[in-house]
Design a protein around this ligand. Structure first.
Ligand code: UDX
Length: 458
């Protein structure tokens, strides 16, 4: 009887269709959202590109619909390629997605489909769904401040903040405090046209949808969320941090090396530095070398993620000769870590990060202060908030040089300064827990989102 009931329940379920942008920093929040909606009774159908396709075996409870994307070849390595790659992927997917959506809508009775939730970078999919009568919601995986910056992008050009001029890097952007010119979204030097197009499309995807879902929370970005609610005609759902609402969905594209968790058990609280630059950012062989020797000289225990392909121009990351021998007793290097668990481990007391939005919020939620080394896109803006607004870290600027790397690490991990940042990070962690707990702002936003989804008319 229990089984029959379950089948009936499935039959009554509303379907929600999802389409993530196929990069790690975008896949993770979308799958967390999927987990959350599934737990609330929605049946989940995930459309996905061939590029970075998810592994259906890891999510037997979801249905997967592959969409040919027309691209081939290895993952983009250069930052400038990401923009071109996204535009090519979306163009390649547009027609095949429409065909597959038509087929899915024929199969599911269309009044059981609540909506399509698409990454905001997938405007053509949003438009295809709308033209077929499917309501859409846009998922923005960055901060509310970044979303505001996207909306302001044409103004930033009109007022001369962009393209960035070397002489104006420290000029405040008075329309978008606390950003300075150097904190604005920059993606390569030569492709302003493509970047403007990408950003304009993301803003359009938000504006033509029936709402925008943001992976942020009130205690972190209250003013920025208020600003968005003023500027946007569509409802804004601040449901983050999504990873606190939904169990790890194992959406990692690379295998996470869990051995570092056991290794961490041996260290005292807040003694270990975790170093990771996310899934796309790269460094030069010289920066790798200076980083390595700076870490070694600091004497601070560490877990360092050196991802395959992270070092420009080298297929295998060669750590400098002698580095492993010099640090063997107090450090581990892994190709990919179970990051949320590492940050949540009591032994971890600092995070040297590129400030991708997921890394930033994961660190904040575990009360871990940050050394910020932003590389591109929204990362500079995120680092600005870490240092200037939340005051839970500071930026490692300029050329990397082993002496300054060593001093910087010691400032965060050993000095009073770092301890103060750690204390503030602990307060933010508590604030995040309040937002995600019963009755908290994100908890309530999820209820509102679900009510909204159920009310959308095809
Ligand atoms: C990209 C952009 O760089 C970022 O600025 C934007 O906000 C989102 O897209 P990415 O470089 O992937 O993000 O960084 P981030 O947003 O931090 O996401 C990385 C994800 O991979 C995190 O969820 C992190 O937990 C996970 N990760 C990272 C691992 O699971 N293991 C690792 O070793 C490193």
């Amino acid at each position: 009887a229990a089984e029959t009931n379950a089948i009936h329940a499935v039959g009554r379920r509303r379907h929600v269709l999802l389409f993530p942008l196929p990069y790690q920093g975008h896949i993770n929040p979308m799958f967390r959202l999927a987990g959350l909606l599934h737990a609330r009774g929605f049946a989940i159908t995930v459309f996905h590109t061939h590029f970075n396709a998810p592994d259906p075996v890891r999510h037997p409870e979801y249905r997967f619909v592959p969409v040919p994307d027309g691209t081939s070849g290895p993952a983009p390595v250069a930052i400038e390629d990401v923009v071109t790659h996204i535009l090519a992927l979306t163009a390649g997917c547009e027609a095949p997605f429409r065909d597959r959506l038509v087929a899915v809508l024929e199969e599911y009775s269309s009044d059981t489909v609540a909506c399509l939730i698409a990454d905001a970078h997938l405007l053509p999919m949003v438009e295809a769904a709308k033209s077929l009568g499917v309501p859409t919601l846009a998922l923005r995986t960055g901060s509310a401040a970044c979303c505001a910056c996207f909306i302001a992008y044409p103004m930033l050009f009109d007022k001369g903040y962009l393209p960035v001029k070397e002489s104006q890097l420290d000029m405040p952007v008075s329309e978008l405090p606390p950003y300075r010119v150097r904190d604005l979204i920059v993606l390569g030097d030569d492709n302003h046209g493509a970047v403007r197009e990408l950003i304009a499309r993301a803003v359009t995807a938000v504006k033509v949808s029936s709402g925008v879902i943001l992976n942020t929370f009130d205690a972190l970005e209250r003013q920025e969320l208020e600003g968005l609610r003023r500027d946007l005609a569509v409802p804004v759902f601040d449901v983050g941090p999504l990873h606190k609402f939904s169990p790890a969905g194992d959406s990692s594209l690379l295998r996470q090396d869990r051995s570092c968790l056991e290794w961490l058990d041996a260290w005292p609280p807040a003694s270990v530095l975790y170093v990771s630059f996310g899934s796309i950012a790269c460094m030069s062989p010289r920066d790798l070398e200076e980083t390595a020797w700076g870490i070694a000289a600091s004497g601070v225990p560490f877990v360092w993620v050196v991802r395959p392909g992270m070092v420009r121009g080298s297929a295998r990351q060669e750590l400098p000769e002698g580095f492993e021998a010099a640090t063997r007793a107090r450090g581990v290097v892994v190709a990919w870590a179970p990051q949320e668990e590492v940050l949540g481990h009591a032994a971890v007391g600092g995070f040297w990060t590129h400030n991708g939005w997921n890394s930033t919020t994961e660190s904040v939620c575990e009360g871990v202060p940050m050394l910020c080394r932003p590389c591109f896109g929204d990362q500079m803006g995120n680092a600005r908030y870490v240092e200037h607004v939340w005051r839970v870290g500071f930026e490692v600027g300029g050329e990397l040089e082993r002496g300054s790397v060593e001093a910087t690490i010691r400032r965060l991990m050993i000095d009073k300064d770092g301890a103060e940042m750690r204390a503030r990070a602990g307060e933010l962690k508590k604030a995040a827990e309040d937002c995600t707990g019963e009755g908290g702002s994100s908890y309530l936003a999820i209820d509102k989102l679900i009510t909204h989804m159920m009310s959308l008319k095809n």
